[in-house]
Design a protein around this ligand. Structure first.
Ligand code: C2E
Ligand code: MG
Ligand code: MG
Length: 739
């Protein structure tokens, strides 16, 4: 076939043109080789044929290539005059006998009567002269048309090769069969990013034909799924590296959005000037669907769509790493339905499956967004709780709360196939922090705890850690007891004396005690935190304040006690109550106590939360006459900046500094600094936890003349406190039931 014979010539031609600068010799050589392959006897190339000035007259042309006839070959390079009409006429391919031509080709008129004319991009023409009777007996046009078409394309490229090297590269692929037959979509744009060429795969993928996209910006394919930054980055990569490659969502003509893998390259000519962009892309929606399917099968339980064991282990591994970094606990909650097997066996597997689906749904509703709910198989589920508290007891409480929520959610009746079904769950919990335990151990322990819950009679929650379990039980008990302690009047106040540097009583700090019928006297250290957590501190704190104020009122009648102040501890949670000021006002009013003898002790954590709100509240309370002390000073932030702004009366130096002032020069320096600072701010200062004479002397020497501590008296019940005051002087190292 002519077609296949011609192809290698054209290909060679196209490859060669990349290294040639001058067009004419190339065309000539190509024409020569083409004639050789097709046995076409002679060809002329006329470039830049003047088209404007009518069709009359003659044009001088040169025989550029000839094969198979010595006379003709001898004429190569010779000029002859051709009728202009022949070169510029409208028809692109014609077959006819033209006497004018024959007269021009002096000796040839007997043998060569036919010619083909091929325009070059409107700016030139190739004229082929053919034998009078083609040896093939085929009509001339039919015989050479395919070759002519390809030649036309090649010539077009040659013609513009300086400007369109990039196009040539794409066209070279075309000649190699890439462009047309490629499974990938190919799009060529000019430097203004206007589409100039697309291949059939482009049309197949996008639905747009070349005519529909020519001259358009490829952005017409945009799906709207990528933001401006995405494209900014693409163009910056193109500008700096000359290419960009990545996944992008585009929109087909029918509106469908699809993912493609896109590869864009800059095309530059020999002098390095940008000429085109070539985009090659493949539709990866099927691949992505397959990937998603594989992922779904590999990592999810097909019945409930929950993560399966594999994904669970992966997530758990991540959470261990997160926890190691943050120092926060995480939790693994292992649960199993108590009577699933019997439901499955008696009601049928389809009911069982639906039940599991509903359980999965309820479980997801019980946890936060980042938590993982997984199904291990059968009726076993695992929930991974992330970012719990950094304190083990708090974390245990948080995990337990979720477990209780799950418990309550799963026990609700299940409406399946018009029947109500019931089930309950047994839940095991294990906490983790960092990588202290392996993944397998964690799951095993959670499983063990779940098993314990089952053996404890089902429908229960158990922690793996025995000490944690014990702590949890104690805490739950303590909380239950505390709820009743107020009404059962189990709380009482102890009084610890505060004195000046001549041992004269200034007042007392009231300290809460709980007289528990079984536990005996419980220290606030053991229950204040829990009271804070549960909010019980609010009614308890009110009771303390009320009792203290009533005591102040009673002391008014007695000479010995009339001038004493009472310091009351106020917890952060209590102070942050919106109606705290109103409560203080009410208590003062109802008790009739002298407000100037009441002092409220705040801690730094209480005031720092919301400094503006704190200042506002403190001012209102101060306006009532009540004083303020900063408790445990030095253990918190001790920021001078806020200290200056707070309307405080007194600073209490924390006992941890006092205990070591005689031995630790560092603590001694801190205490000296605190004292100097309070003096500078015009505040009173008192030291707490003073146990030795050495401590007292140091403090006194450096300007702190008020003290509280075992050296002067332990916290004692009211009657003992009053008895102590009645003694002529306060005895040193007075002892009481509680340290
Ligand atoms: P705090 O307000 O700093 O009370 C001082 C604590 O130091 C008291 O412990 C007291 O018994 C102890 N203490 C006094 N002198 C000495 C001493 O010389 N050496 C030693 N080692 N300790 C001494 P307590 O009574 O166990 O109270 C502990 C904390 O409980 C208090 O610390 C306070 O923060 C809180 N608290 C006590 N009662 C109440 C209350 O009614 N309401 C609130 N919100 N918190 C209270
Ligand atoms: Mg205190
Ligand atoms: Mg204190």
């Amino acid at each position: 076939m002519v077609h296949t014979d011609v192809l290698p010539v054209l290909y060679d031609f196209a490859v060669t043109i990349g290294n040639e600068i001058s067009l004419k010799p190339l065309l000539t050589r190509t024409l020569q080789r083409l004639l050789y392959f097709t046995s076409f006897p002679a060809g002329f190339i006329c470039l830049d044929v003047p088209a404007d000035d009518g069709l009359g007259g003659e044009v001088l042309v040169q025989i550029d290539a000839a094969v198979g006839d010595y006379d003709l070959i001898g004429l190569i390079g010779k000029q002859l005059a051709l009728p202009k009409a022949l070169l510029c006429g409208g028809a692109t391919v014609r077959e006819t006998a033209r006497p004018e031509l024959l007269s021009a080709l002096t000796n040839m008129h007997t043998r060569y009567t036919t010619y083909l004319k091929l325009p070059i991009d409107g700016r030139g023409v190739i004229v082929l002269v053919a034998p009078k009777i083609p040896e093939t007996e085929l009509p001339l046009t039919q015989m050479f048309q395919p070759a002519m078409a390809l030649l036309a394309k090649a010539i077009l490229l040659c013609r513009n090769h300086d400007d369109y090297t990039g196009g040539l590269i794409a066209e070279r692929n075309l000649l190699a069969g890439v462009f047309e037959s490629s499974y990938s979509g190919v799009m060529l744009t000019d430097t203004q990013v206007r589409i100039v060429e697309v291949n059939p795969a482009f049309t197949r993928i996008t639905g747009y034909t070349l005519d529909e996209v020519r001259g358009q910006n490829p952005h017409m394919l945009a799906s709207g799924r990528h933001d401006l930054d995405f494209f900014k980055e693409m163009w910056s990569s193109l500008a700096t590296h000359g290419h960009w490659e990545g996944e992008i969502w585009n929109r087909r003509k029918n509106g469908e959005v699809y993912p493609e893998w896109l590869n864009i390259n800059q095309v530059r000519n020999k002098s390095g000037v940008l000429t085109n962009y070539v985009a090659i892309f493949s539709d990866i929606s099927e691949r992505k669907q397959a990937e998603a399917k594989i992922h779904q099968l590999a990592f999810y339980d097909q019945l409930t769509d929950l993560p399966n064991r594999r994904l669970l282990m992966d997530r758990l591994q991540q959470e261990l790493a997160v926890s190691a970094r943050s120092g926060e606990y995480g939790g693994v909650v292992f649960l199993d339905l108590d009577n699933f097997k019997s439901i499955n066996d008696t009601k049928g597997h389809d009911v069982g499956d639906l039940l599991l689906g509903e359980v999965a749904k309820r479980l997801k509703e019980c946890v936060r967004d980042g938590d993982t709910v997984a199904r291990l198989g059968g009726d076993e589920f695992v929930v991974v709780l992330k970012s719990l508290s950094a304190h083990i007891n708090e974390a245990a409480t948080q995990a337990e709360l979720v477990a209780e929520k799950i418990h309550a959610a799963l026990v609700r009746p299940y409406q399946i196939k018009a029947h109500a079904h019931h089930t309950s769950s047994s839940i095991g919990i294990v906490l983790f922090k960092g990588h202290q335990e392996s993944l397998d151990d964690l799951l095993k322990h959670a499983d063990t705890a779940m098993y314990q819950a089952k053996t404890a009679g089902r429908n229960a929650i158990r922690f793996y850690d025995p000490t944690m379990q014990a702590a949890l039980e104690a805490r739950t008990e303590l909380e239950a007891d505390m709820r009743q302690a107020l009404e059962k009047q189990q709380f009482c106040l102890y009084y610890q004396i505060q004195v000046d540097n001549r041992h004269r009583p200034l007042g007392a700090e009231v300290l809460l005690r709980w007289e528990h019928p079984e536990r005996g006297l419980v220290s606030p250290v053991q229950f204040i935190a829990l009271a804070e957590e549960t909010g019980l501190i609010v009614p308890i704190g009110l009771w303390v304040q009320k009792t203290a104020c009533e005591q102040l009122k009673l002391w008014q009648q007695n000479e010995l006690t009339r001038g004493l102040t009472l310091s009351v501890n106020v917890s952060a949670k209590q102070f942050r109550q919106a109606d705290f000021v109103a409560q203080v006002r009410k208590i003062l009013l109802e008790s009739g106590a002298n407000s100037t003898q009441l002092k409220l002790e705040l801690t730094e954590s209480a005031v720092l939360e919301n400094v503006e709100d704190t200042i506002g509240k403190m001012r209102e309370i101060k306006a009532l006459g009540v004083g303020f002390a900063m408790d445990d000073f030095g253990t918190g932030y001790s920021s001078l900046q806020y200290l200056k702004r707070l309307p405080l009366d007194q600073i209490k130096i924390d006992q941890s500094f006092v205990s070591d002032i005689a031995t630790d020069p560092n603590d001694a320096a801190i205490v000296k600094t605190i004292i100097a600072m309070t003096q500078a701010l015009g505040l009173d200062v008192i030291a707490e936890g003073v146990e030795t004479l050495a401590q007292r002397e140091f403090l006194d020497k450096h300007g702190c003349h008020a003290f509280q501590g075992y050296l002067f008296g332990r916290p004692v019940p009211l009657d003992q406190f009053e008895a102590m005051l009645r003694g002529k002087q306060v005895s040193l190292r007075h002892s009481s039931a509680l340290p």
